[in-house]
Design a protein around this ligand. Structure first.
Ligand SMILES: Cc1cc2nc3c(=O)[nH]c(=O)nc-3n(C[C@H](O)[C@H](O)[C@H](O)COP(=O)(O)OP(=O)(O)OC[C@H]3O[C@@H](n4cnc5c(N)ncnc54)[C@H](O)[C@@H]3O)c2cc1C
Length: 481
């Protein structure tokens, strides 16, 4: 903690010097406001604040990059609706029970050193008064800012296919991944108790919609999981279990070269996954999926990995939006607004490296955050900001059973080398040393032992002794999930 008296003294001397000398010939220097205002805003009691909203890849990377470099008189506040950041690329591993859910998330407070963290949900931004209002556990709070960075990501879109919201399981949050895993275990448990062949067929059929990175990884992880779990369900025969991957394009992983898309399909097919290309799901029903060609697939479990929509808070702010993302200038500044910035999935940040709009991926969110840290400091110091410019280092996906596909620095890889690269890369990228160690132990463990089939139900003491009628009613009510 700095000594307030020495702090005020230093600032007063600094401003006295600045106002006494002519620095214009030296070029880029901090903009100097009237001394009374600066003394007031820079006093240790009221430092100027950079507020970051969103504790995902973009927000936490920016906060960590700024913490180390923030000049005196400035403070950092990170607001996020959850207390943790989610390492989304590993959600498929949670679905497949290869890792525990707690290990793909990291508490934001643990990731920060000097920044203040407020668990709260952004509700309003007053760009004129430069304040944000967020709902916190202690009620609404107004926070004044000098610079505001929006990094609120996107939401899953459950309206792109009729019936999706009601009958499918989205994969966007860690809670979704845990729910899918529990549903899969529930289906296996029901199969053990059910004799009707048609019902058994639907229960044992897991359909994944979307042949992008998440869809491919979930299909591979699920195929491994149900194959490993089957031994604990003696009344289920292996041929009764099936994973189908639906993709409306001609190639899986369309962002990768065709050869890698084909390798991914082949690898999944070798694991027994039914890969259907050019198969567009047009309706999700309680009993399965209807395809655009009229075919229908009986399935009790439909997992959706496609479709995103704008975060509602972005729409409510009335900013210019393209494809659900805030339009920004090349340096990440929100167009038409002073001291308002946006990065990550919620922002359409132009990429000077190839004159395109950055894709919504973690890799770009992190790179934008690093650039914005430099730009914010430049802005504070009255220097010119730089356009965001980044070339992707590569892309990879696992396809299950120690296999994957990768394009790293232009080099295509398949099979075990790609899978090892995937694991090594994400182990390095995981936040905090503790998380890295835990995941490493879990991965090593899973090489030798079967996946955990615990079906956690979060039953509380108040629930265990429900009246008998309530138990009968609960059991006889069909559970959609
Ligand atoms: C299943 C899955 C797999 C993926 N795999 C990969 C991959 O392999 N490689 C890759 O590069 N990318 C992958 N992605 C995409 C990647 O996760 C995103 O591009 C990345 O998370 C974007 O980071 P972000 O910080 O912009 O948004 P997010 O990570 O979504 O973070 C947004 C944050 O804002 C918070 N927030 C939202 N609204 C509010 C509000 N109103 N108030 C306060 N806080 C709010 C959220 O709680 C969250 O903490 C995957 C995504 C998913 C869903």
């Amino acid at each position: 903690m700095r000594n307030p008296k020495s702090y005020t003294f230093t600032i007063t001397i600094a401003y006295w010097l600045m106002n006494s000398c002519d620095f214009t010939s030296l070029g880029a220097l901090p903009t100097i406001a009237p001394i009374e205002k600066q003394t007031m805003t820079l006093s240790p009691m009221q430092p100027q604040t950079i507020v970051i909203v969103g504790g995902g890849f973009a927000g936490t990377t920016l906060a960590r990059a700024l913490e180390r470099r923030l000049p005196a008189g400035w403070q950092l506040v990170l607001i996020s609706e959850e207390s943790y950041t989610t390492f989304n690329p590993m959600l498929a591993e949670v679905v497949g029970a290869a890792v525990f859910p707690e290990h793909v998330i990291a508490p934001i407070r643990e990731m920060l050193s000097t920044a203040r963290f407020i668990m709260g949900k952004l509700q309003l931004v007053d760009v004129h008064a430069r304040t944000v209002r967020c709902d916190t556990l202690a009620g609404p709070r107004d926070i004044a800012y000098e610079h505001l960075v929006l990094a609120v990501g996107q939401r899953a879109n459950l309206n792109i296919i009729p019936g999706l919201a009601e009958h499918a399981l989205p994969l966007k949050l860690v809670g979704d991944a845990m729910h899918i895993r529990n549903c899969v275990l529930q289906r296996l448990a029901r199969m053990e108790l059910c004799d009707a062949p048609a019902e058994r067929q639907a229960l044992g059929h897991f359909v994944v919609i979307g042949g992008g990175f998440s869809g491919v990884e979930v299909a591979g992880a699920l195929a491994d999981f149900i194959r490993g779990a089957q031994r604990y369900y003696p009344r289920i025969i292996p041929t009764e279990l099936k994973v189908t991957l639906l993709h409306d394009g001609a190639q899986l992983l369309p962002e990768l070269p065709q050869s890698l898309g084909r390798s991914a399909a082949k690898s999944l097919q070798q694991r027994g996954v039914d890969v259907r290309l050019g198969a567009r799901a047009c309706n999700v029903e309680p009993g399965g999926v209807v395809l655009a060609d009229g075919a229908s697939l009986a399935s009790s479990t439909v997992i959706c990995t496609i479709g995103t929509r704008s975060n509602p808070v972005i729409g409510a702010l009335g900013l210019a939006i393209v494809r659900g993302r805030v339009v920004t200038a090349a340096d990440g500044a929100v167009q038409g607004h002073d001291r308002l910035w946006a990065i990550g999935d919620c922002a359409a940040v132009p990429n000077a490296a190839d004159q395109s709009i950055s894709p919504p991926t973690a890799q770009f969110a992190v790179a934008q955050a690093q650039q914005l840290a430099t730009n914010l400091l430049a802005h504070i110091n009255g220097l010119a900001t730089q356009p965001f410019s980044y070339r992707s280092k590569g892309m990879m996906a696992t396809t299950g059973h120690h296999k994957g596909v990768a394009l790293a620095f232009g080099l295509p890889l398949t099979g075990l080398p790609a899978w090892l690269m995937w694991r090594a890369y994400y182990l390095l990228r995981l936040p905090t040393l503790g998380r890295k160690l835990r995941i490493w132990v879990e991965w090593t463990w899973s090489l030798f032992f079967p996946a955990d089939i615990t079906h956690l139900r979060f039953t509380r003491t108040q629930d265990v002794d429900m009246p008998a009628q309530a138990v009968v009613a609960a059991l006889s009510t069909p559970n959609p999930n």
